[in-house]
Design a protein around this ligand. Structure first.
Ligand code: PXG
Length: 295
C-alpha cells in the first residue's frame, strides 16, 4: 500500500494531501453532483456494473454528462483499487457539475469533476451483527420523488443527514424514514426489510427510496433460497409487529434491527432468517464481482 492514499482526480492519480477541488465547484456550492459507495471483497469489486449503471442513470436524470464512458469509469474504479493495493475496500466515486461561477445555473460549469477514493471501511461493531441494532423513526420525512427522486444518489444528502443526527441524538445508530403519508421508506443509508410468518417484505422503489444494490442482491438470494419476497408498502405498525427486521446497504451489508422506537422486534436478537440471509450475502460477496487484478 502506498504511504499516502492515491486518489483518482480528473484523469490522474494524486496523493490524498494534494487531491483538491475548487471552492467554485458546484458540488461544493450546491451539492450539484452524484456519487456511489462501492465495496471490494477479496480482490473483486462487488456488482460494479450495477453501480456504474446507477451513477450514469442518476447523472442523466440531472442533466450531468459524465466525461467518461461506462468502460472508462469502470477502469477508474479498478485502477484506484490497484494503485492503493486494496483487495478489500470501500470506494467512493463522485461526479460533480464542476467549477463555475456563483450562480445556480450550471451553464458556466464546463467540465465535470470526477474523483474516486478507495480506502478501508469502518464497519458497525461485530457485536451489533450478533445482537442487532436499535433504530428510531426520524421526524424528518424522506424526500418525495416529485422533489428530488431518492433514486438519484445525489451529493445533496441533507435530508438523510438530518435524520441521522436525530438518530445519533437519541442514541441510535440509524434512523428510519417515512414518506409524507407515513409509509416506511428506508433508513439514511440503508434499505429496510421486515419478515412476518416467514415471508419477506421490503418497500417498493416508487415509495421513494434508493434502488439499493444490496437490496436487490438480498431479494435475489432470498428467492433462490426459497423465500417469498414482496415489494409492498407498509407502515410502522407492520415494523413494530414484524418477527424480524433487517437493513441492507453497501456499508452495513445485512444487519438485524432488534428495536424500533422502543418496541422490541421478535425476541430482541438477530432472527434465524436474517442470520441465514447475512451468511448467504457474505458468501456471495466474497466470491463474485469484477476482478481488480491484484496478485
Ligand atoms: N438508501 C440510501 C438512502 C442510501 O444512501 C442505500 C439505501 C443502500 O444502497 P446500496 O446500493 O448501497 O445497497 C444507500 C447507500 C456510508 C454511506 O458511507 C452509505 C450509503 C450512502 C452514502 C454513504 O455509510 N448507502
Amino acid at each position: 500500500m502506498p504511504s499516502e492514499l492515491m486518489i483518482y482526480l480528473n484523469g490522474e492519480f494524486v496523493k490524498k494531501s494534494e487531491a483538491k477541488v475548487s471552492v467554485f465547484d458546484h458540488g461544493v456550492l450546491y451539492g450539484d453532483g452524484v456519487f456511489e459507495g462501492i465495496r471490494a471483497y477479496n480482490g473483486r469489486v462487488f456488482r460494479l456494473e450495477e453501480h456504474i449503471n446507477r451513477i450514469f442513470a442518476a447523472a442523466k436524470a440531472i442533466f450531468l454528462e459524465i466525461p467518461l464512458s461506462k468502460e472508462e469509469l469502470t477502469e477508474v474504479v479498478l485502477e484506484t483499487c490497484r494503485q492503493n493495493q486494496l483487495r478489500d475496500a470501500y470506494i467512493r466515486l463522485v461526479v460533480t457539475r464542476g467549477a463555475g461561477d456563483l450562480g445556480l445555473s450550471p451553464t458556466n460549469c464546463v467540465k465535470p469533476t470526477v474523483f474516486c477514493i478507495a480506502s478501508t471501511i469502518s464497519l458497525y461493531p461485530e457485536e451489533m451483527y450478533e445482537k442487532g441494532m436499535p433504530i428510531i423513526t426520524a421526524s424528518q420525512r424522506r424526500n418525495k420523488a416529485t422533489i428530488v427522486d431518492p433514486q438519484v444518489k445525489s451529493l445533496n444528502y441533507l435530508n438523510n443527514i438530518l435524520a441521522k443526527i436525530e438518530a445519533n441524538r437519541a442514541g441510535a445508530a440509524e434512523a428510519l424514514m417515512l414518506d409524507h403519508d407515513g409509509m416506511v421508506t428506508e433508513c439514511t443509508g440503508d434499505n429496510i426489510f421486515i419478515i412476518k410468518d416467514g415471508v419477506i417484505y421490503t418497500p417498493p422503489i416508487h415509495v421513494g427510496i434508493l434502488d439499493g444494490i444490496t437490496r436487490l442482491s438480498v431479494i435475489e438470494l432470498a428467492k433462490e433460497a426459497g423465500y417469498e419476497v414482496y415489494e409492498k408498502e407498509f407502515t410502522l405498525f407492520n415494523v413494530y409487529n414484524a418477527d424480524e427486521c433487517f437493513l441492507t446497504g453497501t456499508a452495513a451489508e445485512v444487519i438485524a434491527v432488534t428495536n424500533v422506537d422502543g418496541r422490541v422486534i421478535g425476541n430482541g436478537s438477530c432472527g434465524p432468517i436474517t442470520k441465514k440471509l447475512l451468511k448467504l450475502f457474505h458468501d456471495y460477496a466474497q466470491n463474485q464481482g469484477m476482478l481488480i487484478g491484484l496478485s
